[in-house]
Structure formats: C-alpha cells, structure tokens
Design a protein around this ligand. Structure first.
Ligand SMILES: [Zn+2]
Length: 97
C-alpha cells in the first residue's frame, strides 16, 4: 500500500487556520524557506519558490545539506524564531527568522 504524499501546507493550514507559514532563509544557502512540520511532527524547513510555498523538504534540495548532517552540540534555545531542527535525529540546521 503506497504511502500518501505528505502535504505539509495542508497540515499547517489545519493547525493554524488563517495564518501564513513563517518565512525564513536557509543559513547555509540563503534559499527562501517556510517552517512546517513533517509527518511525525518534527519542525522542518520547506522550499519556497516563485510559485509560493511547496511541500518539498529543504533538506532534500539544499546544496549544503551535507554540512547539516554533522551533529552540532545542542545550543541554548532562544525561542521559536531561531529554531534548531532535528530531522529524524540526523540533520540539524539553523536558520535566522
Ligand atoms: Zn539551504
């Protein structure tokens, strides 16, 4: 049985009715991203194109994704505007809000 494609945009809409997903930029490649959640509820950056928000994980498209696989020491959390994302415990990326 095939797994349904994850619709991060629909999930955000359902959780935050009337709100637009927060936009940010990738600290590594400066790409436009928006913050959503994965199927498992982990925070995850998704690509933003000229067409708008996409359901494509930025971890899959970031040209510097390999750098993110290095595990950094856990920094002090300073709030949701500067999140640390741990994607299934493998990828960590910091993005300015
Ligand atoms: Zn990037």
């Amino acid at each position: 049985m095939p797994v349904e494609p994850w619709d991060a945009k629909a999930a955000f809409k359902a959780q935050h009715p009337g709100h637009k997903p927060p936009l940010a930029r990738c600290r590594s490649c400066d790409a436009r991203i928006w913050w959503g959640e994965t199927r498992t509820g982990a925070r995850c950056p998704y690509d933003v194109t000229d067409e708008g928000y996409t359901n494509t994980s930025h971890f899959a498209t970031c040209p510097h994704a390999q750098q993110h696989t290095k595990r950094a020491p856990v920094p002090t959390r300073r709030g949701a505007a500067d999140p640390d994302v741990d994607d299934d415990g493998r990828v960590r990326i910091r993005v300015r809000g």
